[in-house]
Design a protein around this ligand. Structure first.
Ligand code: CTP
Length: 249
């Protein structure tokens, strides 16, 4: 209709963006251009328009998340109970604020948040290599529950029960990814954030960790609270040199 065409032209002239209309079967047995675009297509188009907007536009943030898995033989590994939820939620929030986000993730059951570049790794050494390769970054947030130790030997064939009794597993320490990237140097992100999961003396442990690891902020989680590991909610302390802020659930 001429009025519809005029109105469209006015809106386009005002800079309004359009999605659709789509083509297909319409009411009253008609066929042609005039259907509402699919909701998924509208969502995609809106996200594309909004990408790169927001207060963190132009910033690159590196995030580590999830557990690491340290192999012993082709069927066994050392790992931990981290679900990855906290790191993924932070990655999503940063992307929604306009940041370019690189998420270096251990094995989790979670889908990559929209607009986030995910790099999958298994071991702490792989996490360090992928994180270093992702630099430079304006900020780095180390949420991952990295295995502190790995078996010193990875067997190429499955270990079998036998007359010798249970095997002895010797452990060696993994590299500290946070401490490595927080070291002063030209590639150090301006803001380095670490996490602490503690069962006692939360604030004191977090302050010690802040100094030991050389980061700017520690987010301290009390993991004695029921349901925190793998849960959807937590309560944290934000600890910096300047002081401590308690964040409610
Ligand atoms: N972290 C890391 N690389 C490691 C170990 C830990 O990047 N090899 C990071 C975690 O992602 C987290 C912070 O360091 O941000 C705290 O990890 P934690 O394991 O609690 O620190 P530890 O130094 O192992 O301290 P503790 O043994 O007292 O728990």
């Amino acid at each position: 209709h001429p009025a519809t065409k005029r109105n469209l032209a006015t809106l386009k002239g005002d800079g309004v963006q359009f999605v659709g209309p789509g083509e297909g079967a319409m009411a009253c047995g008609e066929f042609g251009e005039g259907r509402m675009a699919e909701p998924e297509a509208i969502f995609e188009a809106a996200m594309k328009l909004l990408a790169g907007a927001g207060p963190l536009a132009g910033k690159h943030v590196l995030i580590t998340a999830g557990p690491t898995a340290e192999p012993l033989d082709p069927v066994r590994m050392l790992t931990n109970r981290s679900s990855g939820k906290q790191g993924y939620a932070i990655a999503e929030a940063l992307a929604n604020l306009g940041a370019r986000v690189t998420l270096v993730s251990g094995p989790t059951a979670l889908p990559a948040p929209r607009g986030v570049t995910r790099i999958d790794i298994e071991t702490a050494e792989e996490m360090l290599a992928a994180s270093t390769a992702a630099l430079p970054a304006d900020a780095a947030v180390f949420v991952a529950a990295v295995a502190d130790w790995r078996p010193d030997e990875v067997f190429g064939v499955k270990l079998k029960k036998g007359a010798g009794g249970p095997p002895t597993i010797n452990l060696v320490e993994n590299p500290d990814i946070l401490a490595t990237i927080a070291r002063p140097g030209p590639k150090r992100p301006k803001l380095v954030i670490g996490f602490a999961a503690e069962t006692h003396e939360l604030e004191a442990q977090a302050k010690a960790k802040l100094a030991r690891k050389g980061c700017d902020l520690i987010v301290a989680n009390d993991v004695t609270e029921p349901g925190v590991m793998g849960g959807d909610q937590n309560r944290v302390l934000l600890v910096t040199k300047a002081g401590t802020e308690a964040w409610e659930r």
